[in-house]
Write a protein that binds this ligand. Structure first.
Ligand SMILES: NC(=O)C1=CN([C@@H]2O[C@H](COP(=O)(O)OP(=O)(O)OC[C@H]3O[C@@H](n4cnc5c(N)ncnc54)[C@H](O)[C@@H]3O)[C@@H](O)[C@H]2O)C=CC1
Ligand SMILES: O=C(O)[C@@H]1CCC=N1
Length: 273
């Protein structure tokens, strides 16, 4: 009998599991028994090293597990929910990490079960540097919500939302955000190479710059815009670069991209319903 069952054992499930292990090690969480169900055998191999049992098929004893974490792609969620609904008990607590899918839609696939919390994490969760939005409907008790929050806090920053529709906006910012930053790093690396640096040097400089700037923004009380101004000498090199960003409406491009992510998240619920 386990305390937590992950249904889907891919990137996001293992990232959250890393947090759980950190929480257990630091004493923030009690020792927990974790099962992972994934229909792909290859995915199960890593789980033993994370201290969890990997299982190919859901079995009846899933009913004895209090917390189920649904971590399959939105496109696979209906099939998964319909296959596990028969094991659900009145007090089973569900945590979904899926983008876009509302608690209402998931509930309809779980025979009307109402104890469903949603979260929108991101991949830095695996390092304890995640940024996660959480939403719980009124049908989830304070005690149940606290239990889930204590688990998610082991993965980094958690922000509680009162309005479920804002989960789509959180997904467009911090959920997908690491991909935007990686894309920017790729551009910096390619830019460095075009300016004559070798690829390794360019990559080292690009990654350290993003890490350093992120830490500076995170550890300083100075507004981000002022930190940017501190780098930008009048008539200097940074000003020349920022003029190009502004000429091509860089901020507008970022905002448009985020709106596309938010709209896609909204669509996912409708498409998979
Ligand atoms: N990757 C990311 O950065 C983020 C992902 N998410 C959400 O997390 C969820 C999972 O995404 P990833 O971990 O990236 O995907 P993934 O593809 O790494 O993992 C999904 C796993 O589910 C398994 N699976 C599929 N159908 C199954 C079934 N019926 N029964 C058991 N296992 C099944 C697959 O074999 C796979 O291992 C998605 O809903 C996504 O929207 C949320 C925030 C960030
Ligand atoms: O691209 C996706 O759908 C997922 C959700 C947020 C980040 N990755």
């Amino acid at each position: 009998m386990s305390d937590i069952a992950f249904l889907g054992g891919g990137n996001m499930a293992s990232a959250i599991m890393n947090g759980i292990n950190r929480g257990i090690k630091s004493g923030d969480l009690p020792q927990l028994i974790v099962d992972v169900f994934d229909k792909n055998k290859d995915k199960l191999e890593i789980w033993a090293s994370l201290g969890a049992s990997g299982l190919l098929n859901v079995q009846e004893n899933l009913s004895n597990t209090k917390l189920w974490i649904l971590a399959v792609k939105p496109q696979n969620m209906r099939e998964l929910c319909e296959s596990i609904a028969k094991y659900i008990r009145e007090d089973t607590l569900i945590l979904s990490v899926a983008a876009g899918l509302s608690t209402e839609v998931i509930s309809s696939w779980l025979s009307g079960h109402k104890k469903i919390v949603r979260c929108m994490p991101n991949t830095p969760t695996s390092l304890g540097m995640g940024a996660t939005g959480i939403f719980a409907p009124k049908s989830v008790s304070e005690q149940e919500y606290s239990m889930i929050k204590s688990i998610l806090r082991t993965t980094g920053l958690t922000i509680e939302l009162q309005d479920e529709s804002l989960m789509d906006s959180v997904g467009a910012l911090s959920g997908s955000g690491p991909a935007y930053i990686f894309y920017f790093i790729e551009a910096l690396v390619e830019g460095g190479v075009e300016l004559g640096l070798d690829r390794n040097t360019s990559e080292e400089l690009a990654i350290k710059t993003v890490v350093g700037a992120g830490l500076l923004a995170s550890n300083s009380d100075t507004p981000v815009s002022k930190l940017r101004e501190n780098v930008t000498s009048k008539g200097g090199t940074t000003r020349a670069a920022l003029d190009v960003f502004e000429k091509h409406n860089f901020k507008e491009i970022v905002k448009e991209a985020m709106k596309a992510a938010r709209n896609r998240s909204e669509q996912l619920s409708k498409e998979n319903n």
